[in-house]
Design a protein. Structure first.
Length: 232
């Protein structure tokens, strides 16, 4: 995508170049975003935020609608998305973020609505503490931890009871399973990622359905990943 390189300098972009950009496929955009944007050009208030920004927009729609007492974020890296979520909750005057990460040493987000649990999402003590902290609350979960299929499935099963009815268990980055080996997205995992885990979980837990309306912007990193809980 040589044309895209012009976007980062002061060269005048011609109408024909814009037409070429507009004609690219969604797969081409996702590959470009993965190669040139997400790792070093997506930030929230100066903190790296390794997300597709259209998914972030969808998150704010869900948060405003659901008004969760607690958002559990599994996998936070430097804290850009945790800060984003906390500031959204600040804007509506309600809710807190619980960041669960195996290593918070690089976590830079500071906000009174953020608390942390450091350890593996599959550590029994971490699971117990998460349930204890969120007891009686309306809970949404965003999963951005270990994306290997066995770990995603284990996390889905371990934390499904924590999600409140009419809220969501969002599983990120299933996009990696839709790209072939030899592409940047397709080679991220080195094995099956979130999508097989989602399919197995949905087949075995009838309390959750895939909310395809959450994919209406088409450019998502979370295909089949917006799991709405329709029964307790």
């Amino acid at each position: 995508m040589d044309i895209v390189k012009n976007l980062s300098n002061k060269a005048l972009i011609t109408d024909s170049e814009y037409s070429s950009l507009n004609d690219q496929s969604l797969a081409g955009w996702l590959d470009y975003h993965q190669r040139q944007v997400v790792f070093d050009q997506v930030t929230w208030m100066g903190l790296p935020t390794l997300k597709n920004v259209l998914d972030l927009w969808l998150y704010q729609e869900l948060i405003f609608k659901i008004k969760p007492d607690r958002i559990v974020e599994m996998g936070s890296f430097k804290g850009g998305s945790a800060l984003y979520l906390a500031q959204l909750l600040e804007n509506i005057g309600h809710g807190r973020v619980l960041s669960i990460d195996i290593d918070h040493s690089q976590f830079k987000a500071v906000h009174p609505r953020i608390s942390k649990l450091t350890g593996s999402t599959q550590d029994p003590e971490i699971i117990e503490q998460a349930y204890r902290e969120c007891r009686g609350e309306k809970v949404m979960i965003i999963h951005d931890a270990d994306h290997s299929a066995p770990m995603v499935l284990a996390d889905l099963r371990s934390y499904a009871d924590l999600v409140s009815k009419d809220s969501y268990f969002i599983v990120e980055d299933g996009i990696v399973d839709l790209f072939a080996s030899g592409t940047l997205l397709g080679d991220v995992m080195g094995g099956p990622g979130p999508l097989p885990a989602i399919r197995e979980f949905i087949a075995s837990d009838q309390r959750f359905v895939i909310d395809r309306e959450c994919e209406r912007y088409l450019l998502t990193y979370n295909p089949n990943g917006y799991l709405k809980k329709i029964a307790k």
